[in-house]
Design a protein around this ligand. Sequence first.
Ligand code: SAM
Length: 150
Amino acid sequence: MTKSYLEKAKEKLISYQNISFVNQDAEKLDLGEKFDCITASYLPKYCTANVLIKNCLEQLNVGGKIILHDFIYPNNKLIQKLWNFHFKLLYLAGFFIPNWKQVFIDLPHLIRTTNWVKDYETSMNNYGLKIYKQNLTLGSSTIIVGTKVA
Ligand SMILES: C[S@@+](CC[C@H](N)C(=O)[O-])C[C@H]1O[C@@H](n2cnc3c(N)ncnc32)[C@H](O)[C@@H]1O
């Protein structure tokens, strides 16, 4: 993950004693133990579904859940118009926030072209996970939950 994000998380969560912060590649992450829940937001579209799911499964207890959330391009035509307008505004905002300018150019393209939901659904299916999926925020993001049943 981006190191500065991790530093920010450490800063914000300083009062919690029971959180560990590690900087590793999610596709190779190895914490040497098994968990009941593995979750990530805004990560799935950057990873290869089969690789991430296989790695998570190796570190998940039976009955445990993999919960993934990320942006999608909305299906509804009206929401698409709002979505496009929102990114036009962010594109303009990028002129005033130089660090974010390229993100506001690349992100809408990535969201339009990614097949992350289908890829993770296929992968979770292939690995025998029980799947629950729900669109959120006017269909502009999806949460997908895979439960390890055996
Ligand atoms: C859009 S940010 C989201 C950060 C955080 N999850 C949040 O919600 O604020 C995406 C993050 O995923 C990280 N990332 C991308 N591929 C990764 C990988 N294979 N392993 C770990 N982190 C990765 C990027 O470095 C970036 O920090």
